[in-house]
Design a protein around this ligand. Structure first.
Ligand SMILES: [Zn+2]
Length: 484
């Protein structure tokens, strides 16, 4: 899987690969009792964590003393110890930087950081051992959907984050040919990518949905044939049922929300062929947190903020890491037959749009846009600009965007917005911001709330400049963006 010069490392990696693949098999088929193995992994994780300055600070002295003692830990005792450990927040982790590592920085294989939506990126380098494990976890699931005859386009513009590299390794693991081009966030010129998709016969798209949407619109605007795929492996953005159907109609493909995870956690859930995200309990101990406190994910129906303890990232273990993502566990057995529980993502806790005391959710909005067809043109994509009680709803469309069409669309949206003054405006292109959902989440990438000054602080450069530019354009009707 990796070309390695050193004999000993190569042998160790091969042994890890074999052992982990066997564990994945055991967990997914529920064939053997893996509880003892997972308890051993948790004990090893907690003990390894003590080597990092971060946990040396945060693990209470009593727990530290017990962990430092070499005596074996029972499953019950481990559960009790874990419960006594504090939660780790995103800002805390970012603040510790390399202090979260248990190894020297040069012992990692690749350096990465999380996207840092809040302006506080966390160090998220990959080491050989965690790379192998995460690749197998994803690969064994995607192997149910992909075959070596497939050709995959990986379109992920995130140079500091590990996602594009990680998925490339998964495709290598499955011997699927891939290519990983780059499209500038500002110019958004997809000419060459579209040519390659056609010439190579790429039939699988891997990347965030808003990036795909931008590529499809680019093709339409430039009179090029729309790219067609067999399968879309989507990730990194909240993608509800209406959004999925919209993307399937545009590309002729079957769409999967293919994985759930982040730069810092790795990948705690991966899709099966029935489009369900299955948890990866062999590598993650998961809890749910809400106003009633935290409890372990058991497979029973439940919902809350996902809290992650990594069992297979010894170089920078995360213990009780609060992801900020709202999720639910679906207890309905999946037709694929895998034993691990199914996870549904509900978006980030901050991704709820409040206008006129209304809580507007992404899924409801996209349902109004895409659940039923509009006469006179499809909405490709959208962005809201809110100022006080006014909302300008910017849309791109493959139709003419006539006043009648706008009224039809506005009539569908108004019930969601209540007393807000809503206007639909067709535009030739949306600001580049609309394709940055991967970094910013739905609300920050599709909603410009001019009333909330704090939003500025949440935008890292160069995205902050992009937003300012967008506002200038929106504030000056008649500029090239607004055509309606
Ligand atoms: Zn399944």
């Amino acid at each position: 899987m990796l070309l390695l010069r050193d004999d000993r490392t190569r042998t160790e990696c091969a042994a890890l690969q074999r052992a982990h693949a066997a564990l994945v098999h055991a967990v997914s088929h529920g064939t053997t009792d893996v509880r003892a193995t997972l308890a051993d992994k948790l004990a090893a994780t907690l003990r390894t964590a003590l080597r990092s300055p971060m946990y040396d600070n945060t693990i209470p002295a009593g727990v530290r003393a017990r962990l430092s003692d070499d005596a074996p830990l029972s499953e019950a005792e481990l559960t009790e110890l874990l419960r006594r450990l504090p939660f780790l927040g995103k800002r805390d982790l970012a603040g510790y930087g390399q202090g979260a590592f248990t190894r020297q920085v040069g012992d990692f294989l690749h350096y990465y950081e999380s996207s840092g939506t809040t302006g506080h990126p966390s160090a998220a380098p990959k080491a050989l051992d965690d790379l192998i494990v995460n690749t197998i976890n994803i690969g064994e699931m995607w192997g149910r959907i992909l075959a070596p005859t497939d050709i995959a386009l990986i379109l992920i513009n995130a140079p500091f984050a590990p996602a594009a590299y990680q998925f490339e390794k998964v495709l290598e693991y499955l011997e699927v040919m891939s290519f990983r081009p780059w499209v500038d966030n500002i110019t958004g010129d997809y000419t060459r990518v579209l040519r390659l998709v056609e010439q190579l016969g790429a039939n699988v798209f891997i990347g965030p949905p808003s990036r795909l949407l931008e590529m499809v619109q680019f093709a339409h605007r430039n009179g090029l044939p729309a790219p067609r795929f067999d399968r879309l492996l989507l990730m990194a953005e909240q993608t509800g049922p209406s959004f999925i159907r919209h993307l399937e109609r545009l590309t002729g493909a079957t769409a999967y929300v293919a994985s759930y995870g982040s730069s810092e956690t790795g990948t705690p859930a991966v899709t099966c062929e029935h489009r369900n995200l299955h948890l990866q309990p062999q590598s993650f101990l998961l809890e749910l947190f809400d106003e009633h406190g935290a409890r372990p994910v058991t497979g029973a129906a439940d919902r809350g903020e996902l809290v992650v303890t990594t069992l297979d990232i010894p170089a920078r273990p995360l213990i009780r890491y609060r992801t900020g993502d709202l999720v639910e566990i679906d207890a309905t057995p999946c037709p694929c037959g895998l034993a691990s529980p199914v996870l549904r993502t509900l978006g980030r806790s901050q991704d709820l749009l409040l206008l006129a005391e209304n809580g507007i959710r992404q899924n409801d909005l996209e349902n109004a846009l895409w659940a039923a067809e509009l006469d006179g043109g499809v909405v490709f994509n959208y962005m809201l600009v809110a100022r006080g009680n006014q909302v300008v709803f910017l849309v791109t469309t493959d139709g003419d965007g006539t006043p009648g069409w706008c009224d039809q669309l506005a009539a569908r949206l108004r019930p969601l917005f209540g007393p807000v003054d809503l206007v639909v405006r067709p535009v030739a292109t949306l600001p580049p911001l609309a394709s940055l959902g991967q970094y910013l989440g739905w609300k920050m990438s599709r909603v410009l709330d001019l009333g909330d000054e704090q939003n500025w602080d949440r935008l890292p450069e160069p995205i902050r400049s992009v937003v300012r530019h967008t506002l200038d354009e929106v504030a000056a009707p008649g500029e090239h963006t607004l055509t309606g």
